[in-house]
Design a protein around this ligand. Sequence first.
Ligand SMILES: *Cc1c(COP(=O)(O)O)cnc(C)c1O
Length: 353
Amino acid sequence: MPAPEPRPALAGIPVYRAGRPAGSDDLKLSSNENPYPPLPGVMERAAATLGRMNRYPDAGVTDLYEALARTTGLAADRFAAGTGSVSVLFSLMTAYCGPGDEVVLPWRSFEAYPIAIAAAGATAVPVPLRADATHDLDAMAAAVTERTRVVLVCTPNNPTGPVVTQAELERFVAAVADHVLVVVDEAYVEFVRRDDAATGLSFLAAGRQNVVVLRTFSKAFGLAGLRVGYAIADVLVAEAVRKVTPPFGVTDLAQAAAVASLEAADELGERVEAVVTGRIALLEGLRAQGWEVPDSQANFVWLPLGPDAHLLAERVHPVSVRPFAGEGVRVSVGTPEACDRFLDLAARWLTGR
Ligand SMILES: *Cc1c(COP(=O)(O)O)cnc(C)c1O
């Protein structure tokens, strides 16, 4: 008997093959994680929820929405949380796209984008980055058709690192029709140190209903393992996202850790500062060796290696980095020791070829 067939849209989605990189966590520079362990206070607040794991969590995610409302000054009904901002992105796609609809996205960018688009049955319209690894927003605006429902903007861009500037994003949002949703993925916003960088929130503050900002606790806040991310949006957009998000995804444990992290912003900010310092050192170190590295405003840097991507990733063992076949290698900013180790191996690669 023939097995049940999934929707044809799934044919183009690659199967995720788990491969835990060999080596220690200390030298794992492949997933843009925060290298610092959780703050003791955050762990305590999370652990205090464990005694009620027989109960469902708060489906309304009330504490987190109230904490986010306090930190942003926006109303609590402007948020939609999920198990990581990737899951919120999937919800956004489900809520706004279907077969026949187009989604314009920059490419190379975050590998979850094409999957979320295909899973919704929509068609991805990738627009190549410019030579300096930045978004080509003029080309993206030109790629919008009457079938376009969503445009994705990733700033800083994963895996290449540069930001979109506020002036560029303003021009772009003005050029795109009001019924097209502009999703501004700000997974790395806390690491940005350029004054001219775009902030999606400014568009929401100005009353733009078609701009959605995605944020996460996985990177700067160091909670990747707990899976919490959220959208900040117009009230109706946030409501649409919450409608299609599977209920009870954000556990009490995750919610408590996220709220405690928002309250520990100063302490966490010092760690973010250390990562930014590490990024600058890594960029300068690589450039001093002769590498051409795009300006990164995130917690990683990009080496445009083309066909040598996988080879370099093998050569820098036991440091693990993230190769993108035929394109380049992304190196996350880890501890100073891990970054120095990588710099050493990168220098050896250059001299050894
Ligand atoms: C890491 C990342 C996310 C967030 O992932 P989570 O699901 O929140 O862990 C979102 N967008 C981009 C571009 C990322 O790199």
